[in-house]
Design a protein around this ligand. Sequence first.
Ligand SMILES: Cc1ncc(COP(=O)(O)O)c(C=O)c1O
Length: 364
Amino acid sequence: MNSPVDINPAIEMNYPIEINPTTSSRIHEMDFENIGFGKIYADHMFVADYSNGKWKDCRVIPFDKMPLSPATSAIHYGQSIFEGLKAFKAADGKAQIFRPDRNAARLNKSAKRMAMPELPEEIFMNGLRSLINIDMDWIPTVTGSSLYIRPFMFATDEFIGVKPADNFRFMIITCPVGPYYIKPVKVLVADHYVRAVIGGVGEAKAAGNYAATMLAVNEARAQGYDQVLWMNANNFEYIQEVGTMNIFFVIGDTVLTPELDGSILDGVTRSSVITLLEDMNIKHEIRPVAVSEIYEAYQQGLLKEVFGTGTAATIAHVSDLGYKDTNMTLPPIEQRHIGNAIKQRLVDIKTSRVEDKFNWVYKV
Ligand SMILES: Cc1ncc(COP(=O)(O)O)c(C=O)c1O
């Protein structure tokens, strides 16, 4: 079996990290049997600041509120981007992270699009490693749980006036999480709101992309759905993605997923699933997927599975797909042979139960 990649010695220290541990851990407040999602944060956070064209002052400090000027430019003009990944505890008790290099690269892609400075990979990786090391006991071990890691960067100029900022802060916070979607999700096909357009910022993991979806999600919830399936902006014919997931369909024995068109997020899970489909010799096509094609397949009894892919959910089966006046009810979860097999393989790789032949797992 390949051993996971070790990120400890590999990276040079051009950006030293000062460690200031907490004197009062809150870990006793944590109920690891009832974790929930995104409510309790681990003891520490990582911070680095950017000014005068340089990243500096890398530090691990106790998780706490932080003073910010009411004029902080990210609040007003939205130069704010983030990432999401997870750490798992392996059988040997060590922490491991799934493909953090992809998140480091995507953060920089987002930064570029939002006129923000790129972050040296060393800061991302060593920040991650220092934080996970110090908060190792916060990684839950209950099946389906993990430590969710949220790196983010935002503009800190204290300036009211629209211009690209000069000062930024990069941070990482973490929180123990249980499964994201406990039940299969019900998804409503968007028919008048849009999330992203070609040439816009849909491909960046920019905070405003999520703000743009909230009203539509509220309206979908009022109709009994959990999430919105976003469509292309100019004619609502082609499928893009779900709020926090990329989307896959199984028609007959072929898996379909929309190709990246510049307005869809390039999901780490999506890319991993595509690699696994290849590896498992499952027929798949990455191309524009029309909603009419999905509807026709459903009417012919050929739509076998729909599932979303994302760090938070891993694989989330879709139970219902609302489209115009129809609710497409999909086959029961036990019959989702492809989604279930891919999910199992991904979880097994992330927790080192099977060979990590693609070198996706980084050991801390
Ligand atoms: C809009 C959107 N699409 C897709 C995904 C899935 O991406 P990943 O697999 O990298 O978590 C996410 C989550 O990060 C997302 O926010």
